[in-house]
Design a protein around this ligand. Structure first.
Ligand code: NDP
Length: 480
């Protein structure tokens, strides 16, 4: 037993994470894959890593020093359960099984509970940053017991991405499924951020007639300011790309049907269960669904749009409006994502430090951005902040950006350009700040058809109006 850590599953993520681990002082990495050809390829291509390779679970487990620690990176779902069961039957109390796949956090909670009696620690760990991140430094979101993190934490800190202030992008998120939950919300926010950027591009393209390469310059310029982020950076790269075959901008030859692997949908499904309005994320998920409904889009293609043609006169002014609308909408999307984290923590009993989550997303992951410093600052100043949008920095940013935001949403509506994420973010913002919402009318309607009762603004208690009787009000529950 010579290895202090092992990796099971040597497809792209597992091999890269194993190489990352092997490259750090003090690590000896055991590797195993169901089909040994992957193991052989990896060890042949990377002799420098000094991997301890095994071709059976028995040998793999025997190669691990105690407490045994193995990170699983296989297909989520049944394959993960299969590997866990192989390891668990050979591991002993105190050993640690880490699942770094994109597991559903409900599965992680179940797996942790199943292993608890055996004394084996099960850690569901969100890994973000794709294959490059796995190799050079991912953002890591481990859950599981605090005790397992004592062993795991120091190893993870060596392989994680490093934020601009030198801090590694890893923290013990919370117990059982907390890590995978936070990773799920990370992906949901990623959907919203990407959709907002896509809407900004679409508005600029259609409003100004600028070419994708010219719009790439706009995004590159934005990337020097408060919007600085990985997603803005790669947007410029994608827009600048020319198709070798046709000579056209690549973005014009890519089929406009967006795929999804499901974590955005999970974020929204759980937000619905938790009663958290993550409308920006939901719109982003639905925008991808709509894009892929080819038959409906074709059938609807000749439905009428606006009568008048739209043309932007002040191009620079318009682009600046779009930038501000994007920033304000982005604040809303992140605010909603953090609301879901807060609600999840409450529901599932996790002690999640919001500021630390923003910190570990500053490097390595897809939504890494300068902006996340602002979020961690906001939670540092006020750990019980009820909504990001009301923190002083964000309040100021929205105050400065709200006129352009409104102009852009109104313009888009008039021009017939779909901006579901911009528009829903603004509607959410206006809903959040409203003194009085028409929810009062909805309560009246509910009471009318279903006797669902209502509360009053002027006195405590629960009331019902006898709608089909004499329409007098009765008290269902008085305050005492
Ligand atoms: P894949 O998701 O393509 O999974 C392939 C690996 O799973 C192979 O090692 C394969 O072994 C193994 N496997 C499949 N079924 C079984 C089984 N029944 N028993 C044992 N092993 C099995 O690999 P990736 O590297 O792309 O991803 C690994 C995990 O990381 C996934 O959960 C993924 O969602 C997650 N992830 C991926 C990211 C990415 O950017 N790709 C980013 C973050 C997380 P074999 O070679 O024997 O078939």
């Amino acid at each position: 037993a010579t290895a202090n850590i092992g990796v099971v599953g040597l497809a792209v993520m597992g091999s890269n994470l194993a190489r990352n681990l092997a490259g750090r002082e003090g690590n000896t990495v055991a590797v195993f894959n169901r089909h040994p050809d992957r193991t052989r390829t990896l060890t042949a291509e990377h002799p420098e890593a000094g991997f301890v390779a095994s071709e059976s679970y028995d040998d793999f487990v025997a190669s691990l020093a105690r407490p045994r620690t193995a990170i699983i990176l296989v297909k989520a779902g049944a394959p993960t359960d299969a590997v866990i069961s192989e390891l668990a039957s050979r591991f002993e109390p105190g050993d640690i099984i880490v699942d770094g796949g994109n597991a559903n956090f409900h599965d992680t909670i179940r797996r942790e509970a199943d292993l608890k009696a055996s004394g084996i620690h099960f850690v569901g760990m969100g890994v973000s940053g794709g294959e490059e991140g796995a190799l050079h430094g991912p953002s890591l979101m481990p859950g599981g017991t605090a005790q397992s993190y004592e062993t795991l934490g120091p190893i993870l800190r060596t392989i994680a991405a490093v934020a601009p202030d030198g801090e590694p992008c890893v923290t013990h998120v919370g117990t059982d499924g907390a890590g995978h939950f936070v990773k799920m919300v990370h992906n949901g926010i990623e959907y919203a951020d990407m959709q907002l950027i896509a809407e900004a591009y679409d508005l600029i393209r259609r409003g100004t007639g600028k070419s994708p390469a010219e719009i790439a310059d706009v995004f590159a310029e934005w990337n020097t300011g408060e919007l600085e982020s990985y997603l803005i950076e790669i947007t410029a790269e994608v827009l600048r790309q020319v198709d070798a075959e046709t000579g056209a901008p690549l973005v014009d030859v890519i089929l406009d049907e967006a795929g999804a692997k499901g974590t955005g949908a999970w974020t929204v499904q759980n937000a619905l269960d938790l009663g958290v309005p993550t409308s920006g994320i939901a719109e982003a998920v639905f925008a991808r669904s709509l894009s892929s409904r080819r038959a409906q889009r074709e059938a609807a293609a000749d439905l009428p749009g606006p009568e008048t043609e739209w043309k932007v006169d002040d191009v620079d002014g318009f682009i600046e409006d779009v930038r501000q609308a994007l920033y304000a909408s982005k604040i809303v999307a992140y605010s909603q994502g953090f609301d879901e984290i807060i609600a999840g923590a409450e529901q599932f009993g996790w002690d999640i430090h919001k500021g630390d989550i923003a910190k570990i997303w500053r490097a390595g992951c897809i939504i890494r951005a300068r902006f996340l410093n602002r979020i961690s600052d906001a939670y540092a100043e006020d750990p019980s902040l009820v909504a990001l949008a009301v923190a002083p920095y964000f309040r100021d940013a929205i105050t400065g950006g709200q006129a352009p935001w409104r102009r852009i949403v109104a313009t888009a509506a008039q021009a017939g350009i779909p901006t579901p994420a911009f528009s829903s973010s603004l509607a959410y913002y206006d809903g959040l700040r409203a003194d009085r919402l028409p929810a009062a009318l909805i309560q009246g309607q509910r009471d009318f058809f279903g006797a669902h009762t209502y509360r009053r603004v002027d006195k405590p208690g629960v009331f019902h109006t006898l709608w089909s009787g004499d329409r007098s009000e009765i008290t269902i529950e008085s305050s005492n």
